[in-house]
Design a protein around this ligand. Structure first.
Ligand SMILES: C[S@@+](CC[C@H](N)C(=O)[O-])C[C@H]1O[C@@H](n2cnc3c(N)ncnc32)[C@H](O)[C@@H]1O
Length: 313
């Protein structure tokens, strides 16, 4: 495996603007990657701040450790941000002033074809962000799910209109022999998607690969858990910034922020509030912040990024 780890941080100035870190802040980067954002945050909170970097990927943690000056003020934790409570409690973090979640996969995860995230190249069909944690691989999902469940995953998480056909083609193919590599799956998807639909738009396998990655890593479920935990850890005035890369993630972020910003959960029509719930967040971004044209040209992988930010009341 190549050891070079290159990832250009997305919306860097906007992250700093909305997180507004200052010397002495405690900041958690829940998706450390190569520490592109974290390096900037670490210098903004120096000399006496505390930066906690979390990632579930060993290659990311190793790369970040070479970028950041580790020590009392900068600590790296291996784990899933879905376990935020346990990670922060075990590390004896007292409270948090700012959280960053820059979701999805890093460029190296896509570029190291052997991780099985990419529909380009050939590799075992894996897609687990933390293979050491065990759990189902994409090959296990493709091999063992009922056809209806495969179609649901591909439709719901890939927003793929040809989901049912792709699921049917997978089931037919695996009856002949197990589908174990990315290129075998790409060939099945290409056969399932009608030629006319393959002429324009993104690669025909892109949506199905996204869907399998979300399923394998339970991405939407752990995101919701992480956001709920983050809100509890924030001090009043503390901020949370999330960058998402597809509409399903963005919806979870938007709805979770809206839920905390709304407070009262009484059914509409009640003359007075009886639930007593108070808003705990103020949403800072009425609309998602997106990269400038210039950033997209410099870093095409920023194209689909959407940033949302909120402040604890
Ligand atoms: C887009 S990259 C972050 C890049 C980083 N902001 C930078 O500037 O280098 C996303 C990172 O989050 C990690 N990640 C994704 N989901 C995670 C989860 N549930 N728990 C922990 N880390 C996760 C991935 O392993 C990846 O390294």
């Amino acid at each position: 495996m190549t050891t070079e780890y290159r990832h250009t941080p997305v919306l860097l100035a906007e992250v700093t603007h909305y997180l507004s870190p200052h010397p002495g802040s405690i900041v958690v980067d829940g998706t450390l990657g190569g520490a592109g954002h974290a390096a900037k945050l670490a210098s903004a909170i120096a000399p006496d701040g505390l930066l906690i970097g979390i990632d579930q990927d060993d290659a990311a943690l190793a790369a970040a450790a070479t970028t950041l000056r580790l020590g009392q003020q900068t600590r790296l934790l291996k784990g899933n941000f879905g376990d935020l409570d346990a990670l922060l409690s075990d590390a004896k973090v007292p409270y948090v002033d700012g959280f960053l979640f820059d979701l999805g996969v890093s460029s190296p995860q896509l570029d190291f074809t052997e991780r099985g995230f990419s529909y380009k190249g050939d590799a075992p069909l894996d897609m687990r962000m933390d293979p050491s944690a065990g759990g189902l691989t994409a090959a296990d999902v493709v091999d063992s799910y009922q056809e209806a469940d495969l179609a649901r995953v591909i439709r719901d998480y890939g927003e793929e209109r040809w989901a049912s056909r792709i699921a049917a083609f997978i089931v037919a193919a695996r009856a002949r022999r197990p589908v174990t590599t990315t290129s075998e799956l790409v060939d099945i998807i290409k056969a399932a998607v009608p030629a006319a639909a393959r002429k324009d738009g993104p690669h025909p396998a892109r949506r199905t690969f996204q869907a399998l990655r979300i399923e394998v890593n339970r991405e939407l479920e752990v995101l919701e858990q992480a956001l709920e935990a983050a809100v509890r850890w924030l001090v009043p005035g503390g901020r949370i910034v999330v960058i998402s890369y597809h509409s399903l993630e963005d919806r979870v972020v938007k709805q979770t922020f809206a839920k905390f910003a709304q407070g009262c959960t009484c059914p509409p029509g009640l003359p007075v509030c009886v639930c007593g719930a108070k808003p705990v967040l103020r949403v800072l971004t009425r609309r998602a912040v997106v990269p400038t044209q210039d950033e997209v040209e410099r870093n095409p992988r920023s194209r689909s990024a959407k940033l949302r930010a909120a402040e604890k009341l």
